[in-house]
Design a protein around this ligand. Sequence first.
Ligand SMILES: NC(=O)c1ccc[n+]([C@@H]2O[C@H](COP(=O)([O-])OP(=O)(O)OC[C@H]3O[C@@H](n4cnc5c(N)ncnc54)[C@H](OP(=O)(O)O)[C@@H]3O)[C@@H](O)[C@H]2O)c1
Length: 277
Amino acid sequence: MDLGLAGKTALVTGGSKGIGSAIGAALAREGVRVALCARTTAEVEQTARRIAEGTGSETLGLTGDVTRREDIERVVEEASHRFGGIDILVSNAGVPGGIGFGPIDRIEDANVMKDVETKFLGTLRAARAVVPHMKRQGWGRIIGIVGLSARYSSRYVGDRNPDGNYNYSGGPRNLAVIHLMRTLSHELGRDGITANAVLPGATRTVDLDAMLGRRSDREGKSLDALRQETSSMNAIGRWVDAEEVADVVTFIASPRSSSISGEVIAASGGAGLGVFI
Ligand SMILES: NC(=O)c1ccc[n+]([C@@H]2O[C@H](COP(=O)([O-])OP(=O)(O)OC[C@H]3O[C@@H](n4cnc5c(N)ncnc54)[C@H](OP(=O)(O)O)[C@@H]3O)[C@@H](O)[C@H]2O)c1
């Protein structure tokens, strides 16, 4: 299938590493000119260079913090100026799992607010900035990257949570993005713009591999055993790679996905046993 993406332009927030950089690379391989944004300048510029070298597509690495309205507006301005518009927004910036850890009697408002600021308001700000460009051209794709905690209570198995595994902002911030995509889909559908959420489950990235390595040292379990344990609740019985999530996003970003809008598309390997989810 020709996805019809060649010549399109995209902005991927949180594009310097992990799922975001895999999405940037997958789009670039389809001939999309891709701007990546993240807070760490050296890393985002290096990733943009690496993707350009590997794909031959034009890329741009831009410094920006999605919690700051002026940053995201500048990033959109720079990318659209360089590329002559923005066709695709992938709002991916966020800390996997979130930072609003319980237990409930010790949860910090500031951490909850930070998660909401980054993922929900970050997505809303990016959408607000790109929509005028998309409306002008009568075509656009807005994709919010969410996560399993939108569907399940948030028990995060990681090492950023000294006081407990339950997280009270990872899920709500993701649900808020899903709600935003649904509303955008209705407001913008007649302008040729779709808005969808893509929902990864436990996804292999360099950082999450390193986290698993630290857990393996701490708990004296092998890496393989931990991978098995943490993927035991999905249908395919293994972690999904960031590149597999990127493939799904690439299809949703393409003109071929025109009948899909306001939806949540899981790329989780079939996580969970529920039927109506
Ligand atoms: N990996 C998983 O298993 C998994 C599962 C479900 C959902 N997700 C979601 O997928 C997305 C990516 O996760 P990941 O595992 O790829 O994370 P990651 O490897 O930690 O990458 C996160 C990216 O976001 C950027 N970022 C973070 N805060 C930002 C901000 N305020 N402004 C701009 N950029 C920011 C980071 O760069 P800087 O730090 O330099 O800004 C980096 O480029 C997240 O939204 C996460 O919740 C991940």
